[in-house]
Design a protein around this ligand. Sequence first.
Ligand code: C5P
Length: 302
Amino acid sequence: MRSPAKINLGLSVGPPRPDGFHPLATIYQAVALYDDVTAVVRDDDSSVSVEVVGDFANDVPTDETNLAVRAAQLLQAEYDVEEGVDLTIRKTIPVAGGMAGGSTDAAATLVACNRLWGLQLSQSELQHIAAELGSDVPFCLVGHTALGRGRGEQVTEVMSRGTFHWVFAIADGGLSTPSVYRELDRLRPLRRVETPQVRPELLSALLSGQPGALAVALSNDLQKAALSLRPELGDTLQFGLDKGALAAQVSGSGPTCLFLAADSRSAVDLAVELAESGLCRMVRQAEGPVPGARILPAPVNR
Ligand code: C5P
């Protein structure tokens, strides 16, 4: 399976609901920064195992708190599955980085196990299970560019023209999503918080395919909370803007910072500048939009 990272081009957050989640109006985009998830069926027993390799392997749990393991176990429980699965995740997406890395591995696992265990679940059945696992998991199944409502789990595809060129500054360490939402609530007087909305200029920028129009339409309500918890991210954002990024923004709940470049060449130049700046742990470039979690052809020599 190849499972993409997500970014939020617009993220408008309402006041907390009684269940603690925040109502959102967000525009998600899947970008070409991928984890690879390999799933091998076990027909001898029903155990679910996971091995994690790659850039961020040490930061990922391999017990039942791993969201991909929970995805497989949830399918087993709901559909009385007796087979198991051995998962291997090659991690390229930062962990706790605001790019839905865990969610996209879970989405890939749902698609893989649906196939391996012959469940024949429809897309909408998979979406339903995905929503139980996390707010971003349904989007990771569909990918491309989409509107997210509810707590982010109700997704509808949005028209987008062309390809956008993104650069990501991956910070040292992660940020816990609940703590960023809590910080947002602490920072703003809740009685003044309005119903979350997508900016119309964001939708028209996506339709135009013009990076210049998209640059002025990006927004993220969680940014002020992420910057309050990690003030040094402000320097990273400013550095990118000084070096020619059309726009700079914290990705989701952070701490990854994203930069929109005018074209692929400017993205390379910006990535080099950021890599040499010493402001971040690593730098990645990726285009968007791309499809959601999908099955790749099996390697020939296996
Ligand atoms: O849905 P997910 O498990 O990814 O959410 C992680 C945490 O982020 C939630 O427990 C909640 O604290 C916070 N969250 C929120 N509102 C959302 C999505 C997430 O408050 N819409």
